[in-house]
Design a binder for this molecule. Structure first.
Ligand code: GLY
Length: 295
């Protein structure tokens, strides 16, 4: 029987700086996740592995290399979900290497869906995850430059000022037909401390059900208002993934939401769309790779 598996990942919507660096990171991450699927592994293991690799690449805005908030701290969000409706998420977490792994631990080791802030850090330590500083010199310099321009004050239109926010995400379907989604983000540059974006909100940054799975990227506040991931996955009950995505994106655009999304439906149709200047992505379906850049 022909094995039907696929994995897609994105490296954020917005402007694309360092396109080649992003492409290299995405290829490595997608190949590693796809390899797990090829060996009969679960879509959950595949998307976690893909997300961990992307979190560890400083070019992306997640894990190591996350953007800094107004006071110069890294606070990260992440979530993970399966088509069996299992979900785990972490919000405004600091001083850890891989927020996606903590989201999975919350899903598998607790009765809860979302832990935030100091107590999420305590949970991570309790689970044996050590202190780690995800701040990079590169993102610190960007923060210093932008902060000077804004005279250290918070202002109301953070997204318009900095549209390179990004996020990373992965969606996979395994040989059993199980679909999983992982999304992880360093949030928006210069946001207020304590701000939670769409990434750890079920149905906003991440959603999966037996019909499909979606990970979103872009302006978190608007993505939350529109519950974009849930909207797209719900449409997959009667539409193929590309059409479900097109309708969801048209709705988002009408609502002024600047975003992108990736997804897979139960019949292995892929969705990969954005209404921003660009979005970096890569997928492998039935052994064939496609990317946002032609090589
Ligand atoms: N979509 C990422 C964020 O707004 O935090």
């Amino acid at each position: 029987m022909k094995r039907k598996i696929a994995l897609i990942a994105h490296g954020g919507a917005g402007g694309i700086n360092y396109a080649r660096r992003r492409l290299r990171g995405l290829k490595e991450a997608v190949e590693a996740g796809y390899d797990i699927l090829c060996r009969g592994g679960s879509s959950l293991d595949a998307v976690e592995k893909t997300a961990v690799i992307l979190e560890d690449k400083p070019v992306f805005n997640a894990g190591t290399g996350s953007y800094l908030n107004l006071t110069g701290e890294v606070e990260m969000d992440a979530s993970i979900m399966t088509s069996e409706l299992k979900f785990g998420a972490v919000g405004v977490i600091r001083d850890v290497k891989n927020p996606i792994t903590i989201a999975r631990m919350i899903m598998e080791k607790t009765d809860h869906l979302l832990l935030c802030g100091e107590n999420a850090i305590k949970f991570a330590r309790y689970m044996g995850l050590p202190y780690y500083d995800p701040k990079t010199k590169e993102k610190e310099l960007i923060w210093q430059r932008k902060r000077r321009k804004r005279e250290s004050r918070y202002f109301g239109n953070v997204w318009a000022f900095d549209n390179y926010s990004g996020t990373i995400g992965a969606v996979a379907i395994d040989t059993q037909g199980s679909i999983s989604v992982a999304t992880s983000s360093g949030g928006i540059n210069l946001r207020l401390p304590g701000r939670v974006g769409d990434t750890p909100i079920i149905g906003a940054g991440t959603y999966a059900d037996p019909n499909g799975g979606v990970s979103t990227t872009g302006h978190g506040e608007e993505i939350m208002r529109q519950l974009l991931a849930y909207r797209a996955v719900t449409l997959m009950s009667r539409l193929r993934a590309p059409e479900a995505g097109r309708r969801t994106l048209a709705h988002a655009t009408r609502s002024g939401c600047r975003c992108g999304m990736i997804g897979i439906d139960k019949n292995i149709n892929m969705l990969c769309l954005n209404n921003t200047k660009a979005m970096s992505w890569c997928y492998i379906k039935n052994g064939k790779m496609a990317t946002f850049l032609d090589d």
